[in-house]
Design a protein around this ligand. Structure first.
Ligand SMILES: Nc1ncnc2c1ncn2[C@@H]1O[C@H](COP(=O)(O)OP(=O)(O)OP(=O)(O)O)[C@@H](O)[C@H]1O
Ligand SMILES: [Mg+2]
Length: 392
């Protein structure tokens, strides 16, 4: 058959270079950024601004700045203001101020020669170009740490004290600095630090609920209707939130889970696809760790594996797992251990990152413990444990 079915409608919406039209749960930060730079339209040339965006991996720093950049470019066009938003990843230029500035200059003069200039001269040339073209710029220095690490205080000083050498001239160059942590800035000399630390926007790690919203939005954009199970989205959000609330990881897991579904010829993306995706990204439960588990922990895990393998679910209750464990015990001719024992096994397996237990908030019959299998596909777990237990 030449036609192969795909769960995807538009995979590009899951690409890292895609800038989402809506930044869910970052509306407040986006407004704050707009507020900081509103002077560009009110009093162009009269002032400049510096803003730091700080947050851990995958908290949406780059996406926030890029969304802001696209929006402000559009607004500037409506206002007939000569304005450019330029986004540079410092790491791509090995943290070299010279190479970064060369890149910025090239945005105005492609093929600008690289040789024969120092970074001070490059900065002077840039300002001259901005004056000649009567243009205002917001320059975002993404992954700014790498510039601080390589070129240190001096580079930061040159950038931030720029206007002081241009007394009486229009102010043209504002900056956004993106960092994962404010720590590296502590190594700067006090004057560079003080000019930097005026406006800081801190992005908190996404909660599991926020990740669910972000994922659902992408599901709508990238997948055909009804191809991604709600349980799958919940499991991915759970995985990504236990890895520090990282939206990039969440979106990558979603994409890979879809890829697994396509590869297996499924027309829906099940939680097992997400577990397979996760195990291909990081192996939480190394097979060798499983070998050190006690006999009944292995039997319990085998029950877990069977239950998740046979159902398309992400979560199970302890009593359901207990039942699965009892069936396995029968099969292996072992007397099942008590409920209290199982509870201890669960804690141990959770501590090792193989299982995760959480207390559900909903449910008519009060609170229940919901258990999910993380980091290893049920099928692989079943195979590995069965092997470890040997023939019976
Ligand atoms: N609020 C959000 N709504 C929709 N998508 C988001 C949101 N936040 C982040 N994303 C998406 O998650 C991924 C990671 O975000 P981003 O690249 O901005 O993280 P980051 O904070 O820059 O991480 P790093 O420190 O690794 O550079 C991107 O694909 C981005 O589009
Ligand atoms: Mg980034």
């Amino acid at each position: 058959m030449s036609y192969t079915y795909s769960v995807f409608k538009d995979e590009t919406k899951l690409d890292i270079s895609y800038v989402p039209a809506r930044l869910i749960h970052r509306e407040r930060e986006l407004r704050l950024l707009e507020e900081f730079f509103s002077f560009i339209f009110k009093t162009p040339g009269k002032m400049t601004q510096r803003v730091i965006i700080a947050g851990a991996v995958g908290t949406g720093k780059t996406a926030l700045a890029q969304r802001f950049g696209i929006d402000i470019m559009k607004k500037a066009e409506e206002h007939n203001l000569r304005f450019r938003y330029i986004h540079v990843n410092c790491r791509e230029y090995r943290g070299s101020l010279f190479l970064i500035l060369h890149h910025v200059v090239s945005a105005f003069h492609p093929n600008f020669p690289r040789r024969g200039f120092s970074s001070e001269e490059m900065l002077r040339i840039l300002m001259q170009i901005l004056d000649e073209q009567d243009v205002h710029v917001i320059l975002t220095l993404d992954e700014f740490e790498s510039l601080v690490e390589r070129d240190g205080s001096e580079a930061v000083y040159k950038l931030t004290r720029l206007q002081e050498t241009r007394l009486g001239m229009p102010q043209r160059l504002s900056m956004i600095f993106i960092v994962r942590s404010l720590k590296p800035l502590e190594s700067l000399d006090p004057s560079s630090r003080s000019t930097l630390q005026s406006n800081i926007i801190c992005l908190d790690a996404y909660t599991q609920e926020q990740l669910v919203d972000i994922l659902n939005d992408r599901v709508k954009l990238a997948f055909k209707p009804f191809t991604v199970m709600e349980e799958t989205v919940n499991l991915i959000a759970e995985l990504a939130s236990s890895e520090g609330g990282n939206a990039r990881l969440a979106i990558e897991l979603l994409w890979r889970a879809g890829k697994y579904a396509d590869a297996e010829g499924f027309n829906i993306v099940t939680p097992e696809c997400a577990r397979k995706a996760a195990s291909s990204i990081y192996v939480l439960a190394k097979k060798s760790d499983l070998a050190y588990l006690g006999l009944h922990e292995k039997l319990f895990l085998l029950g877990v594996a069977r239950l998740f393998k046979e159902s398309d679910r992400a979560y199970a209750t302890l009593s359901e797992l207990e039942r699965a464990y009892m069936i396995v015990c029968e099969e292996y001719g072992e007397t099942p251990h008590s409920h209290t024992q199982l509870w201890k096994y669960l804690q141990n397996l959770a501590a090792q990152g193989i299982l995760k237990a959480k207390v559900s908030s909903q449910g008519q019959r009060g609170r229940k413990t919901l258990i999910s299998l993380l980091g290893i596909p049920a099928e692989e777990l079943d195979k590995t444990i069965t092997q470890l237990l040997g023939r019976k």
